[in-house]
Write a protein of this length. Sequence first.
Length: 400
Amino acid sequence: MNVVLGVGGGIAAYKAAELSRLLQERGYAVQVVMTEAAQQFIQPLTFAALTGRKVVTGLFTEDILSSSIEHIQVARDNQALIVAPATAGLVGKFANGIADDFLTSMYLAFTGKVIMAPAMNTNMWNHAATQHNVELLRARGCGIVGPGEGVLACGTTGAGRLMEPVQIADFVDQFLMERNDLSGETVLVTAGPTQEALDPVRYITNRSSGKMGYSIAEAALARGAKVILVSGPVSLTPPAGAQTIKVKSALEMRKAVLNHLAESTIIVKSAAVADYHVANIPEQKVKKTAARFILELDPTPDILAEVGRNKGDRLLVGFAAETQNMVAEARRKMEAKNCDMLVGNVVNQSGTGFESDENEVTLVMRTGANVALARAPKRVIADQIFDHLLKLRLSLHAVK
Ligand code: CTP
């Protein structure tokens, strides 16, 4: 496959050299395009030597006749565009259609798949403008890998590190794999936390960001499924192409899931459903007094267990977020709730689980097998879940 590696101007630009080598090792023909800023950090010669090709360094080169249309030609000749490092500037320009150099002009002319690996200062990454731009790109089908967390070149510690080249290459492999193995399936995904009202102004919730569930919805869409996404309150933009139903409470989530159960063939319950709620929510705001306040909560219905009782031939995947005895707990829940697979993750280690872009999970299967997946971006994990689920279906049919 022919791919363009777009290199943005950031400290991490040197890592793109290693990425260009890795991508070629995996069979991609790599055409490097550098922004002007990138050339301040690393020489085009490095990439030319590594790829054996002329590196594109600008819209207006000496060859006036060919240069004016070269960005269209490069867009036509390649099936994927990978941008690493993607600076805040590139993310903003791609999201808003600003074409003011070769890479951004080529992007607008490009009809293939696009992957961006952002890298920038933590505050720049966290800025509402950047987050909004990233969500716009994601919803448009762009694959976003990272950023990771760690010590940054600017001396701060936090989100903003370029993912390691091998992680980006793994993501590229998963994202570009031509698969249509979920066509004809209807995948019902639940994602995010639920929000349980205590009174008209207060609620309880949990730390789920919805990123894992949204990645599952994206992966299912990319593999040809019809996707129904039942989402608790999150700040993510739903992937284009999914039928999204927004809910708040566990009761609302249950209703949406049961309404769409009949038409679903695969159900993935990645939502972190609140276990308790206030059954009779006061109509008025609860007022402060000097006395101790005791909150009485009742259990919410267990949606996964209810679906498990009525699942028929459907494939059912549950999730378990654990702080200890992860595999044993996951297996217990898988059996108790009649799932085909339970995805167990440990949530008290940094960089994976709740709120982060990466995850490290163990798949506990109905067949008795446990499959530990290496730490990877959630979008990669999502594809691996479907890979194993489809294999599981084959082995379940073989048993019948
Ligand atoms: N789940 C559900 N409805 C609930 C609670 C949980 O559908 N009311 C689902 C979640 O979506 C997840 C799975 O059950 O797929 C496991 O959730 P978890 O909270 O880990 O399990 P619990 O059975 O609530 O066990 P505990 O909180 O005691 O660990």
